[in-house]
Design a protein around this ligand. Structure first.
Ligand SMILES: [Zn+2]
Length: 93
């Protein structure tokens, strides 16, 4: 009566390797945190100036990392690719 009833045996029962590992809670840390110290009130700029003083510019909690990035690039000429080591070496030259 119905010849097509057996045609559908494409059983794709492959091993579903879905790893359910979820990294709980921790936000993706931005590179700006290489340069900022986060405390309970916000973020504190830890960039060391040529004279050895820390910048200590403070940003309130909730400030977007964009603001921090602006500060780093405007005040310290620090951008994403610059590591602390690069920066120190440049200052010591
Ligand atoms: Zn700063």
């Amino acid at each position: 009566m119905n010849p097509s009833s057996f045609a559908n045996e494409n059983n794709q029962n492959e091993n579903n390797n879905t790893s359910k590992k979820k990294r709980g809670g921790s936000q993706k840390r931005s590179w700006v945190w290489e340069w900022f110290l986060s405390d309970e009130t916000g973020a504190l700029c830890q960039v060391e100036a040529i004279d050895g003083q820390l910048c200590n510019k403070h940003y309130q909690n909730g400030s977007s990392t964009g603001i921090l990035i602006d500060h780093l690039s405007n005040k310290h000429q620090i951008t994403k690719g610059i590591t602390k080591q690069d920066y120190v070496v440049r200052n010591k030259l």
